[in-house]
Write a protein that binds this ligand. Structure first.
Ligand code: FE2
Ligand code: FE2
Length: 151
């Protein structure tokens, strides 16, 4: 497996969780559970992706701007997650904030998959692409375990 496929698999999980959450209502156990899962997925993904993908592209002329843009979007996603945590789940504002998060994440994933991955594909060699996939997946597993231990 190459890094792009590993990242895409987790992007799909994020899209699905956002879609499910947008259909939940009120302060329910289901909403709480899916939100905790989404938060863990998004936060773990940002850490593992920055460490085992972005870092290798930050030093290259072709990808430095795209990498910085991606990191800035990770911060925006973090802020939207915080906003959701600070909002009462039973209020209509919660769903509005969730929709903002959904839009932001979907935009970010499209940027990565349609633009960033294409350019990065030319910068990294095949050996790196395979090695990074393994490192990313291992880190992701560790992050998710740590997140579930503190949840
Ligand atoms: Fe990503
Ligand atoms: Fe990302």
């Amino acid at each position: 497996m190459k890094i792009f496929e590993a990242l895409r698999q987790d992007h799909e999980k994020q899209r699905l969780l956002l879609k499910i959450l947008a259909e939940t209502s009120g302060d329910t156990a289901a909403r709480r559970e899916y939100f905790n899962e989404l938060k863990a997925q998004l936060e773990s993904h940002a850490v593992a992706e920055e460490r085992h993908f972005y870092t290798h592209l930050l030093e290259k002329d072709e990808t430095i701007a795209l990498t910085r843009h991606g990191i800035a979007e990770h911060h925006e996603i973090d802020e939207l997650i915080e906003k959701l945590e600070d909002t009462d789940m039973s209020s209509p504002a919660w769903l509005r904030h969730l929709k903002s998060l959904q839009e932001k994440v979907e935009h970010h994933l499209a940027d990565e998959e349609q633009e960033f991955f294409q350019v990065a594909g030319k910068v990294l060699n095949d050996r790196q692409k395979t090695k990074l996939a393994a490192q990313y997946r291992q880190e992701m597993q560790q992050e998710l375990e740590a997140a579930s231990a503190t949840a």
